[in-house]
Design a protein around this ligand. Structure first.
Ligand code: ASP
Length: 435
């Protein structure tokens, strides 16, 4: 059994958290490769090290002093090292780092140092070797990950050591120029490492015990999701359920490696397993998510179905204005384009005018007060009565459904509601399916 364990920023925010991490790693011999983020927030108003680093970069670019954020970063690492009682000093590395910033180090290089220093500390604390991510995670000049090359190089580096610590979030070009992933990208590093050594499980340790069936800010104590498939997760995270970086799924998925989301502060919880395939024993609905801030363009034209190219012309009007659509439900003589509200606001007249010119509709109007709620579940396919239960739950709360969209996979049903009904709608749906 071989496990990759990745720890997020809050799991590494202080020496106390480091101690929990060590205990978790030592509790299971299979946990041999450790990927770390930079220290995150210790309390809600705290600042993540990565954000402080980005502030250093910004100030340097504006030719202002970056001493204040820089010393804060140095102090945070100093404190962790001292509190862990390690015989390690990063003072000389910090002096050198400061000089590099002054000399014009790139944004990616500066941002990557949170992971770099944290991994150095973790390696010393565990007594594991340190693997330099810049040698194993390969990007091209434009910052695109070279996945196959990475798989080979990282795999070769890892196989040299039975155990090791790897900094997340960054890699380098073949010339050694550091490049980073987008924010939260240490999740991707963990996934690449899991693929490179064909791990049995990729454990992603964070500060929640996995995914919940609904947003806990809306539903009180929602049920935890034990097992979710990759496809379900994609549907749920598209709507805003974010625990894991979206791109972290691909490397492990292609090798059939499950991801286990775990809680560093509650290691006894099983967390959520993300798998390729699962039986449906958990219930019909796996999760409920949604998003606010949407608008829609309703277009009506009789005999629309006979008009070749109608949909294409509508969409090219949007494409010309760089508006991407979220959904496209249609009726016999109607077509609705759902899009982000911010893309529509302020451009209403222009969009209507352009559509009138392009497709001469009988009627056209815009609304800008919608939200979407997605009910997602592998158990929904072929299971009669799901829609009835969903609509009854909303009807009983006197919530009007503005639009309905069921994906062809039968993995989800999406409803659009008035934005004001968002929270009430989610609670009603949760009650209908969670019991
Ligand atoms: N430290 C980086 C961030 O704050 C990357 C990560 O934590 O995954 O986004």
């Amino acid at each position: 059994m071989l496990k990759i364990v990745k720890f997020g920023g809050t799991s590494l925010a202080s020496a106390e958290q480091f101690a929990k991490v060590k205990e978790i790693i030592l509790a299971d011999k299979a946990r041999r490769y450790v990927v770390v983020s930079a220290p995150g927030k210790r309390f809600s108003d705290d600042i993540k090290v990565t954000d402080l680093l980005l502030t250093c970069f910004r100030l340097r670019s504006e030719e202002e002093s970056f001493d204040e954020p820089f010393e804060k970063i140095r102090q945070r690492f100093r404190e962790i090292i001292a509190d862990l009682g390690l015989d390690l000093s990063l003072e000389a590395d910090f002096d050198e780092f400061k000089k590099r910033i002054v000399r014009g180090a790139s944004q990616a290089y500066i941002a990557s140092r949170g992971e770099y220093f944290n991994a150095k500390i973790m390696a010393a604390y565990l007594g594991f070797p340190f693997i330099e991510a810049a040698e194993g995670i390969i990007f091209d000049e434009d910052g695109r990950l070279q996945e196959e090359q990475t798989n080979e190089k990282l795999g070769a580096l890892m196989k040299k050591h039975p155990r090791a610590v790897i900094p997340g979030f960054y890699g380098a070009t073949e010339n050694g120029d550091v490049r980073i992933f987008s924010r939260g990208g240490s999740d991707i590093t963990g996934s690449l490492a899991a693929r490179a050594v064909k791990a049995d499980v990729y454990e992603n340790w964070t500060d929640v015990s996995g995914f919940l069936m609904a947003d806990p800010r809306i539903v009180e104590k929602p049920r935890a999701i034990q097992v979710v498939t990759y496809r379900e997760l994609r549907e749920l995270s598209y709507m805003g359920a974010s625990v894991l970086h979206e791109d972290a799924i691909f490397p492990v998925r292609r090798e059939g490696i499950p991801i286990n989301i775990r809680n560093t502060n509650a290691p006894e919880d099983d967390g959520t397993m993300i798998v390729e395939k699962a039986d449906t024993s958990e219930g019909i609905v796996t999760g409920i998510s949604g998003k606010k801030g949407l608008g829609a363009i309703y277009i009506e034209k009789s005999m629309m179905n006979n008009e070749l190219g109608f949909g294409r012309r509508v969409l090219s009007v949007l494409e010309d204005r760089k508006i991407s659509f979220e959904h496209l439900p249609s009726g016999i003589d109607t077509l609705t384009v759902v899009a982000d509200r911010t893309a529509l606001v302020g451009h209403e007249n222009e969009i209507i005018h352009a559509l009138q010119k392009a497709v001469s509709p009988d009627r056209i109007h815009l609304v800008e007060d919608l939200c979407l709620i997605a009910v997602v579940g592998r158990g929904m396919a072929g299971s009669p009565g799901v829609a009835a239960r969903l609509f009854t739950a909303l009807a009983e709360e006197k919530i009007n459904i503005r639009m309905i969209d069921q994906g062809s996979s039968e993995l989800n049903i999406i409803v659009a509601l008035n934005e004001a009904d968002y929270e009430k709608g989610i609670r009603a749906i949760y009650r209908a399916f969670a019991s």
